[in-house]
Design a protein around this ligand. Structure first.
Ligand SMILES: [Zn+2]
Ligand SMILES: [Zn+2]
Length: 510
């Protein structure tokens, strides 16, 4: 690992090495069974904590362990510590195990001896081993992590990839098992997200989709290069699509060899936000001549009424360069895509000004500043380009925060309403009960509203009367962090050593 990440390198502030012995330990029976017992004991202590609250609600005083058992508060089968620790309830009403300590402060696995296991535990462990071996057949491989701290943060990891994993194999087949060059040449100042990939030439030749496309339309793709990028620009959002939609789309594409779901999906996103696709070309002239054929290949073979159809024409020259338009009709919706070859990239965009901006930037010699990274896949998020999108992102983020806050309400209702606990005891009481202190991410307080008798958050209300602030508290730690970002870049490379990932976080100057 030190030959990959050399010692005393300038880009190293933190180095974490997970040796193969360490990984063996983590997946070995000593650790796995010890950890399972510890979790079962923690579950038992949560049960004891609930029984104690029940006792207190009825008797208005703290119980002893014996009173919980004899009073039937623990049901017929009193919970037993799997390591034979003894349970006790301390003076503050917090459950305690003589071996595993207490919720939130559990004894480390290595400090609880493990000598014998039950046949059930042995069986469960063999099932885990069988499952593990399906992914890692031969090795336990070390993992190295290197971190550079400061205003800009860089995190690099080197791991041996999962051996039989369809996601990994698919990616390696698409991108090839060696790294290529990934260029930011088509990134505009208003680009908010860019996904770049290196394409293996073998993938292009052997993929059904590409082969069929070429055969069916006598399309000659010999000009196609080895880089592709999908980019998203800042803009007004008309509708937002849940994350599952992309997953569904991906499923469709994976299954059928038809382009239609992919084309309709792209058109759908283009309708919403300005997007563009760019592929590297080895022969710009040939690529340009192929644009009309390429567009007609995207449409269906025989167009019927009311289905997807496409026509292509070329628009007036922009500074002596032709610009092509594809006109898609789907039912009653008409959508246009614009295309041109800019330098060594074939660009297909949902708005004309994206293509003309790229042409203008190329005419001004914009390529001089271009960053080229080595890798197989790269994703960049340009935080500072968020202008019109900012509002939507903020609103979406505040909705997530509100939902997270409301998840604490059922527990708050039990403690504050049913057990009449003072509001300021809620966090501490839950820490004893569950091992964590619940809080509102926006700094709200949970209170019992005397008028309605319901427990509410002072910022977010409750499920029946939800509220949320228009924008988050700019002084909250989370928002401060998000606002300080300028860009985030994540890169994945296949190297002879294994899978290398690099995350670069660039922050704004103070
Ligand atoms: Zn225990
Ligand atoms: Zn709240």
């Amino acid at each position: 690992m030190r030959t990959i990440f050399p010692q005393n390198a300038a880009e190293e502030d933190v180095f974490i090495y997970l040796s193969d012995a360490h990984i063996r330990n983590l997946v070995g029976p000593r650790w796995k069974i010890g950890e399972a017992r510890r979790m079962r004991c923690a579950g038992n202590m949560a049960l004891l904590a609930n029984a104690r609250l029940w006792f207190r609600a009825e008797q208005r005083r703290e119980p002893t362990m014996a009173e919980l058992i004899t009073g039937g508060y623990l049901g017929k089968n009193t919970p037993l510590c799997p390591d034979h620790g003894a349970y006790e309830i301390d003076g503050n009403g917090i459950p305690h195990c003589s071996l595993h300590n207490r919720p939130g402060l559990l004894t480390p696995v290595a400090e609880v001896p493990l000598e014998k296991v039950t046949s059930e535990e042995a069986e469960q462990y063999s099932a885990f081993v069988a499952n593990y071996n399906r992914y890692w057949t031969r090795f336990f491989d070390p993992i190295g992590i290197r971190v550079k701290m400061g205003r800009d943060i860089r995190i690099q990891t080197c791991i041996l990839p999962l051996i039989e994993n369809s996601w990994y194999d698919g990616l390696a087949a698409f991108s090839g098992r060696t790294a290529g060059s990934l260029s930011e040449s088509v990134v505009l100042p208003r680009t908010v997200m860019s996904l770049r990939g290196h394409m293996a030439p073998e993938w292009l030749q052997h993929t059904d989709l590409v082969r069929k496309l070429a055969d069916r339309n006598q399309l000659n793709l010999s000009w196609l290069g080895d880089e592709i990028s999908l980019n998203l620009c800042d803009g007004q959002v008309l509708f937002s699509v849940g994350g599952s939609a992309m997953g569904l789309l991906g499923h469709e594409v994976g299954r059928s060899s038809s382009l239609e779901p992919l084309v309709i999906g792209y058109l759908g996103s283009a309708l919403n936000l300005p997007t563009y696709l760019a592929v590297k070309v080895t022969d710009p002239k040939k690529a340009e001549q192929s644009i009309p054929a390429l567009f007609s290949a995207l449409g269906p073979r025989h167009s019927r009424d009311g289905e997807l159809s496409v026509e292509t024409y070329s628009l007036e020259n922009h500074h002596g360069k032709p610009l092509y338009v594809a006109n898609f009709t789907l039912w009653v919706v008409k959508l246009r895509l614009y295309s041109a070859v800019v330098d060594d990239r074939l660009v297909i965009a949902s708005r004309r000004d994206i293509v003309t901006d790229l042409m203008d930037s190329s005419a001004r010699g914009g390529r001089a500043r271009v960053v080229n990274n080595e890798g197989n896949m790269e994703m960049s998020l340009y935080r500072s380009a968020f202008k019109q999108l900012e509002e939507v992102v903020n609103l979406g983020y505040q909705e997530e925060v509100r939902r997270a806050c409301h998840r604490n309400l059922p527990l708050a209702a039990i403690l504050l309403k049913n057990l009449a606990l003072p509001a300021d005891h809620f966090a501490a009481e839950t820490a004893a009960l569950r091992g964590y202190s619940p809080y509102c991410p926006s700094g709200g307080n949970y209170q019992l509203d005397p008028a309605s008798g319901a427990v509410t958050c002072s910022v977010h209300g409750n499920r029946y009367r939800p509220r949320q602030p228009e924008s988050g508290d700019q002084n909250s730690a989370t928002l401060k962090l998000v606002n300080s970002l300028e860009r985030v870049n994540a890169r994945l490379s296949f190297t002879p050593e294994g899978l290398m990932t690099t995350v670069d976080i660039r922050r704004k100057a103070e």
